[in-house]
Design a protein around this ligand. Structure first.
Ligand SMILES: NC(=O)c1ccc[n+]([C@@H]2O[C@H](COP(=O)([O-])OP(=O)(O)OC[C@H]3O[C@@H](n4cnc5c(N)ncnc54)[C@H](O)[C@@H]3O)[C@@H](O)[C@H]2O)c1
Length: 251
């Protein structure tokens, strides 16, 4: 399956990430079917996708998109509580809660429902991809991959594609090419048993631990650490997110 073959995308979970991922693909003209547990959740998700802070209609108010473009994007998304409606997707993206056993068992079930050609991609924040694929059949494994977005999905400009030992190289390449087609940088990351997190979350966690140790050891305050990293290293925000308007009051 190449990036050209991906026309219909299924998204499992319409929360913060599933909604943002669905919206992003729709804004690039992809047909998306998003599935969540019931119609009430889906109605809320639809409202966020259309009218939320980073939503499609909000983008019109901000002058980022025309009304016609927004209408076209909104029309690309179908909302359903029925898993069978995702049977014919080319790519299935999982964005359900970060619980290993839930993801493992759901992938196992979806493997039997969704056509065998489809790529399965998990937006897990950090589980080992080989473990997530535990209950899918051997036939699916070459098409099983990690696909880690950052929040807010329509805004952040990188996606990590995580390949396991069994992921076929063309699956990885397809996901990376798809990433580029929706205007984002495609980072290639090797799956690593015994870890949690890929590049972004591991580097961030290490930085955050070190910053906290500096505070705990009484070396510097959170405000001063933020100021040093912002003004000395040109970071947009410091490790403690004490920006303008915070209690420290600096600009
Ligand atoms: N929030 C972030 O900043 C962020 C960033 C990157 C990755 N992630 C990862 O993305 C995944 C989703 O996170 P989120 O923040 O969107 O969570 P969320 O709680 O906002 O959304 C999860 C959605 O999944 C639905 N759901 C539960 N079981 C389901 C099932 N079996 N089928 C379909 N839908 C189901 C829930 O009803 C809910 O709407 C997690 O693995 C998380 O670690 C989150």
């Amino acid at each position: 399956m190449t990036a050209d073959d991906i026309k219909l995308i299924g998204v499992m979970g319409s929360g913060v990430m599933g909604g943002g991922i669905s919206q992003t693909f729709a804004q690039f003209g992809y047909q998306v079917i998003v599935r969540d547990l019931n119609d009430e959740i889906l109605a809320r998700s639809r409202d966020t996708i259309e009218n939320g802070r980073f939503g499609i209609r909000t983008a019109v108010t901000r002058g980022l998109m025309t009304k016609e473009q927004a209408d076209a994007a909104a029309a690309c998304i179908t909302y359903t509580p029925r898993e069978e409606d995702l049977r014919d997707v080319d790519l299935l993206i999982e964005a359900i809660p970060e619980r290993l056993e839930l993801k493992q068992s759901e992938f196992g079930r979806w493997d039997k429902i969704v056509n065998p050609r489809a790529i399965f991609a998990s937006n897990t924040s950090g589980y080992v991809i080989a473990e997530l694929a535990q209950h899918v059949g051997e036939q699916r494994k070459p098409r099983f991959v990690g696909f880690h977005w950052f929040s807010p999905a329509p805004v952040m400009k990188v996606i990590e594609t995580i390949y396991a030992d069994f992921t076929a190289p063309d699956t990885t390449e397809t996901m990376m090419e798809l990433t580029r087609r929706i205007g984002k940088y495609a980072a290639r990351v090797k799956d690593m048993p015994g870890t949690y997190g890929f590049v972004g979350n591991r580097v961030y966690a290490a930085m955050r631990r070190e910053a906290q140790k500096i505070v705990d050891d009484g070396i510097a305050t959170e405000e001063d650490i933020d100021a040093v990293m912002r003004f000395g290293r040109n970071w947009p925000v410091g490790p403690f997110n004490r920006g303008p308007g915070s209690r420290s009051g600096w600009q």
